[in-house]
Ligand binder design. Structure first.
Ligand SMILES: [Mg+2]
Length: 468
């Protein structure tokens, strides 16, 4: 982290142990056709499937890094940890929700399970454990196949995107990645067949490796032997395995202190902490014509991180000015899916001047699927005068017309997304429009036209018609 960044970090040794937040979740793509099929026990299943495209970029990068590390006989433990972490948090483990046909679902499930098996294998079969060149070559081939498989999988996801996501920068990045790195190119109709073929190749390669190492003469540790037997079992009965179950078995087999699936992010459901949903309406009554601005916290206003076991957070550039300005026109409400103890710790430090009127926390979010949805209708404000700004579109999926999706912020100190939002928010409140949803729609339409004209900053210079 740069010095510039450190300067703006607020530090406190008294940080309550906040939940790890889910980061980089700015681009979730809903697939309206797909049905959610979560193998973990969500309180209520979401009808839509969302996948984070930015995570897919990272997963592909990690797998490529793994191939390189293995070829160069270098340790890949960092990549492997990152892989487990990202795939735990990403809905890629429910990728089969993309399709309805069981055949396609099974093919996608297999690809994801085989990826987990391959990553687990690479963790333990490093060059020291591999007796000969042939065995080493087999693991090399396996990792390359798995990398190629994720490229096909990404291509399948890209072809399922609704058109409006074609301008999403992560979708464009993924298109470039698949175009430049895929060795087997085919039409979109042949992708699934290719995935099935590659799955079979991966299974064969895994079986070869397992055979090599499970013979009585091999000198592998108990852990590796146990892992190999688990993988053999999973590969043999792969059609009967759910992704979550297979991952669980692999984790037990590697006998590592790997944390359980990281569902306890601020923005996703935590099954261990039971929090009663608060009673609506959340806010006390106020004048009818007040405009309310609901703001997300993590990755919208701040970014939490830990350094040497100490909780710290960075404040997004322009945050103070933004809060001060919007509070002149709006009643400002923070709505976070984080725990109250954590959010209060951040907000007490962030909001010295009390620009924020109310705070809503996890107990105010509706548990839906793996996420807490921020249902604006429960707040107790007129929806025609309420706007939400969040870095995750799925958080406001119940009132998408009220939402402004802001890009996820981690530590880019040149970011100016908050300040760029100011004129738009001011204009809506100052013109006293009857319905903020119509105003936001008008802004969106203008932006799309600016994009179509090829303007480099389509989000700037937007104006409201007087009749809105
Ligand atoms: Mg957020």
């Amino acid at each position: 982290m740069s010095k510039k960044v450190e300067k703006t970090a607020l530090v406190s040794s008294k940080a309550p142990k906040p939940t790890t937040f889910s980061n980089e979740r700015s681009h979730h793509v809903p697939n309206s056709e797909a049905k959610s099929k979560s193998p973990s026990p969500p309180p209520s299943a979401s009808p839509k499937f969302y996948i984070n495209l930015q995570d897919l970029v990272n997963i592909e990068g990690i797998l490529e890094g793994l191939v390189t590390a293995f070829k160069q006989s270098e340790s890949a433990s960092y990549e492997i940890d990152r892989w487990w972490q990202i795939t735990d948090e990403n809905s890629i483990i429910r990728i089969d929700s993309l399709f309805r046909k069981e055949e396609a679902k099974a093919c996608l499930r297999e690809a994801v399970i085989l990826e987990a098996a391959g990553v687990s294998l690479s963790e333990f079969l490093d060059h020291s454990a591999l007796g000969n060149d042939r065995a080493r070559q087999a693991v090399n081939d396996l990792l390359e196949l798995i990398h190629q498989n994720i490229l096909v999988l990404i291509d399948i996801v890209l072809h399922r995107l609704p058109n409006r996501y074609s301008i999403n920068s992560w979708a464009v990045t993924l298109q470039t990645i698949t175009y430049t790195k895929r060795t087997n190119k085919c039409s979109k109709h042949e992708n699934m067949q290719l995935l099935a073929t590659q799955n079979n190749l991966i299974k064969q390669t895994i079986q070869e490796i397992a055979k090599e190492h499970t013979n009585p003469g091999s000198v592998l540790s108990k852990t590796v032997r146990m892992l190999l037997y688990t993988i053999i079992q999973i590969v043999r009965d792969i059609e009967h395995f759910e992704v979550i179950k297979a991952r669980e078995l692999l984790r037990v087999a590697v006998e590592e202190d790997i944390e359980p699936p990281a569902l306890n992010t601020t923005e996703s459901i935590d099954y261990e902490i039971e929090i009663q949903l608060a009673e609506a309406p959340y806010l006390p009554a106020t004048e009818e014509d007040i405009y309310t601005l609901v703001l997300d916290l993590d990755e919208t206003l701040v970014h939490y991180y830990e350094e040497e076991n100490e909780g710290k957070f960075l404040i997004r550039p322009g945050c103070h000015e933004f809060l001060e300005e919007v509070s002149k026109f709006y009643e400002v409400v923070i709505f976070t899916a984080g725990l109250q103890e954590y959010a209060d710790w951040v907000l007490d430090q962030l909001d010295h001047n009390k620009f924020i009127s109310y705070r809503l926390y996890r107990q105010h979010g509706l548990p839906t699927g793996n996420f807490y949805t921020k249902d604006l209708s429960r707040i107790g404000r007129n929806l025609a005068r309420t706007i939400i700004v969040d870095n995750m579109a799925e958080n406001f999926r119940m009132q998408p017309d009220n939402g402004i999706l802001i890009r996820t912020w981690i530590d880019d100190m040149t970011d100016n997304a908050l300040l760029e939002l100011l004129p738009l928010l001011k204009e809506i409140a100052m013109k006293k429009g009857r319905d903020v949803r119509k105003a936001l729609k008008s802004f969106r339409d203008q932006m799309m036209r600016a994009i179509a004209r090829g303007e480099s900053n389509p989000h700037l210079n937007l104006h409201l018609d007087d009749d809105l």
